[in-house]
Design a protein around this ligand. Structure first.
Ligand code: DAH
Length: 339
């Protein structure tokens, strides 16, 4: 039996030396140390041994078993390490491979033009202020000299939350909020969303954007209004740009004007874009009405000022020759990537 055990140990170790597969390793364990394995078979035969031989063989058998077990474990450790190494080598990062380029975003054309406008006004010492989109009837109409049932309200039908609260139809509401808070001299612009219950077409949308302007000081005149707007338009459309003021009516300005821009396409000659007029209508403006100043606690005998409301969509469409307003809201990347 001693010889048998010695031979078992030698054969087991020889096989372990050669093995390179983790599954075969398990097979070796079963074959030598398992319930029906060779070492177990020896142990089962020990009943036939003499009382002197039994402990000697028993001890030897245990040593052989422990040695084989240790050898298997050692081999297993080596195999696992080799496997991990191989995996690591296979997974190294190849920094020379071409990368996946992330898609770069860009400002929406409306935001790009707004940023340009803001920069021009900041350069002239204006502040940028904001006002609420959900507005009261008072700020949107009443305080702007448009009492209930004033016909000028008809062109600005909007979404009412109740009789007194509505989605603002114009950023002019911010004029009132500003004059309530600030003392002259005031120089602000206020960009933001406005709402009207208009059907969608190439030039209308129930949601669009305006940039309101307000200047209040001593001795402000219509010439200041024209100079300010002309400077903006030259910056946006080029130094040879001209503007023209036409008499108009707004309840909150006196006198009021509509401001036209020399057609950026034909430079005043007349073309299909300006319907042969040479000019395109751009925005509303005027000298702040004395009643509006009084309503806000500013003495019209001491102070005067001008105001204007620019349609952001309109100046953006002119700037980039966009002929349909809907393109600005559809979020079609093929369109937006052109700017
Ligand atoms: N609020 C006018 C509109 O939505 C535009 C406007 C006209 C604004 C004259 C003004 C102004 O500040 O003085 O059509």
């Amino acid at each position: 039996m001693k010889e048998q055990l010695k031979s078992i140990e030698e054969r087991a170790k020889a096989e372990l030396e050669k093995v390179s597969d983790i599954k075969l390793l398990e097979e070796i364990r079963v074959r030598f140390l398992g319930k029906k394995g060779e070492v177990t078979a020896i142990l089962k035969q020990m009943g036939g041994l003499s009382a002197e031989e039994r402990p000697v063989i028993g001890q030897l058998a245990n040593t052989v078993r422990a040695d084989i077990e240790a050898a298997i474990q050692e081999k297993q450790k080596q195999m696992k390490a080799a496997l991990a190494e191989k995996k690591l080598a296979a997974e190294t990062l190849d920094v020379t491979l071409p990368g996946k380029a992330p898609r770069a975003g860009r400002p929406h054309p409306l935001n790009a033009v707004l940023a340009e406008v803001e920069e021009v006004f900041l350069g002239m010492g204006f502040d940028i202020v904001e006002g609420p989109e959900v507005e009261s009837d008072y700020y949107c109409f009443e305080a702007l000299n448009m009492p209930k049932h004033h016909p000028a309200r008809d062109t600005q039908d909007t979404f009412y939350i109740n009789d007194n609260v509505l989605l603002r139809t114009q950023t002019s509401s911010v004029q009132i909020r500003t004059m309530e808070k600030m003392k002259p001299p005031i120089r602000i612009i206020s960009p933001g969303r406005v709402y009207r219950s208009d059907a969608v077409d190439a030039t209308h949308s129930p949601l669009f954007h305006q940039i309101e302007g307000l200047v209040i000081d001593k001795g402000v005149t219509m010439a200041d209004l024209k100079g300010t707007l002309e400077l903006l338009m030259k910056r946006l459309y080029g130094e040879d740009t001209k503007i023209r003021l036409r008499p108009h009516h707004f309840p909150y300005t006196e006198p009021s004007a509509e401001v036209d821009l020399m057609c950026f396409n034909c430079h005043g000659k007349g073309c299909s874009m300006c319907k042969q007029e040479g000019y395109v209508e751009l925005l509303g403006a005027g000298m702040v009405h004395p009643k509006v100043l009084e309503e806000c606690g500013i003495d019209p005998e001491v102070y005067s000022g001008f105001a204007f409301g620019i349609g952001l969509e309109r100046i953006t469409m002119g700037r980039y020759s966009i002929n349909d307003m809907r393109l600005l809201y559809e979020n079609d990347m093929r369109f937006l990537e052109q700017f």
